[in-house]
Design a protein around this ligand. Structure first.
Ligand SMILES: Nc1ncnc2c1ncn2[C@@H]1O[C@H](COP(=O)(O)OP(=O)(O)OP(=O)(O)O)[C@@H](O)[C@H]1O
Length: 360
């Protein structure tokens, strides 16, 4: 005898790979039936064109395999009607828009004074680390000219699913990702300017079904251009983390980014010094390749904490190119980023509490 309640519970406990919620929460389990040991599970997808339907079918079969009394498993897929979908998206998936005062999502914008200091690398590694620590994480790649996030998450060339004018973020390494890089042909230059940038950012925030992540990381373009100002305008509560190298600090470009943030009344959370030392892949010796003390100097100057000093390692570069951030594969780097994530979470909580906005 098949225990249909147990089957329903087992299927209901599976998580939708895109929406990151259980099928039960999403009201996707329409019914379970048994005819002898032949079990039929009816699953209602948000859309029949869902590219993950094969994956969902496989998940159900794998989950039920070997359950007492269960022999053959048949998965019948159907589709929600627009009303059911709207109820689901506006209710279960996204209770409040991500920028609404009642949203629980904390936004962390990651900036740098100039390009090439490793801002995207730090953002990607921080995102996967927060996800590994159990937080729900979204990553918005607002570096629309020099997007490198899709490559770092092995998402190049893929397109997110769009349903009823909403976009589902792609998921990689447990992080929900949206990047301009997934909306344009590879190698095509992005030439929008001024007001268009604000519109894209608006869309990436308003039209993407982020759900309710604990943290939304925003990878800003380098420098103090239009996009950084748009982020300040659209996300006034975002905390800003500035990535610098010891050398960049010396040239003063990092502090320009910080001063702009202050001017636009953005909340500075802290500094991350990247490429602090070069770790030789052969002998393991650490060399202060770009000088020393820069991050600390900037942190003192701005009266914010130095959250981390990230070494320059082969594993970080290789992880970025291979689509698997090194924080997931190199235990030493994993530890460095976990330390950064813990400090960042604590600092954000402290700032919230001090400004009296905790629990918003
Ligand atoms: N700590 C590190 N160790 C080794 N390589 C690193 C490290 N940080 C960054 N890199 C490498 O440096 C290059 C530039 O990094 P990244 O793309 O993250 O910079 P960025 O500041 O985001 O640049 P841009 O804003 O111009 O896109 C990449 O090849 C990346 O793999």
């Amino acid at each position: 005898m098949v225990d249909l309640e147990a089957v329903r519970k087992a299927v209901g406990g599976l998580r939708d790979p895109e929406l990151r919620r259980t099928l039960e929460d999403l009201h996707m389990v329409e019914g379970v039936e048994a005819d002898g040991d032949r079990v039929t599970v009816k699953v209602k997808l948000t859309t029949k064109s869902c590219p993950l339907q094969g994956q969902i079918e496989g998940m159900v079969k794998e989950r039920l395999a070997g359950m007492p009394g269960v022999g053959q498993v048949v998965v019948q897929l159907s589709e929600m009607d627009p009303q059911e979908r709207a109820n689901l998206f506006n209710g279960t998936v996204q209770k409040a828009p991500i920028l609404a005062p009642e949203s629980r999502t904390q936004i962390i914008a990651v900036a740098s004074g100039k390009g090439g200091v490793g801002k995207s690398t730090v953002t990607a590694n921080l995102a996967v680390t927060l996800a590994r620590m159990g937080y729900e994480v979204g990553l918005l790649d607002a570096d629309i000219y020099g997007f490198s996030i899709p490559r770092m998450f092995l998402l190049s060339g893929r397109q997110p699913t769009a349903i009823d004018n909403k976009i589902l973020p792609m998921v990689a390494h447990d992080v929900k990702v949206i990047s301009m890089g997934n909306f344009v042909e590879e190698g095509t230059p992005v030439i929008w300017r001024g007001p268009m940038l604000g519109k894209i950012l608006n869309q990436f925030v308003g039209d993407v079904l982020w759900g309710e992540p604990d943290y939304l990381l925003v990878d800003l373009p380098p420098g103090t251009g239009d996009m950084a100002l748009d982020v300040a305008r659209l996300m006034p509560k975002a905390g800003l983390v500035i990535v610098t190298t010891p050398q960049t600090v010396a040239s003063g470009v990092a502090s320009r980014a910080a001063h702009m943030a202050r001017k636009s009344e953005q909340r500075l959370v802290g500094i991350v010094e990247n490429m602090s030392t070069f770790i030789c892949p052969h002998c393991g010796e650490a060399t202060a390749f770009f000088g020393e003390g820069g991050g600390e100097f900037l942190a003192k100057q701005l009266a914010v904490p130095l959250l981390a000093q990230i070494p320059m390692t082969l594993s970080i570069r290789q992880g970025g190119d291979a689509g698997k951030p090194a924080a997931l594969t190199d235990p030493v780097i994993g530890e460095v980023f976990e330390d950064l994530a813990r400090k960042l979470v604590t600092e954000m909580q402290g700032q919230e509490a001090r400004s009296g906005t905790a629990g918003r």
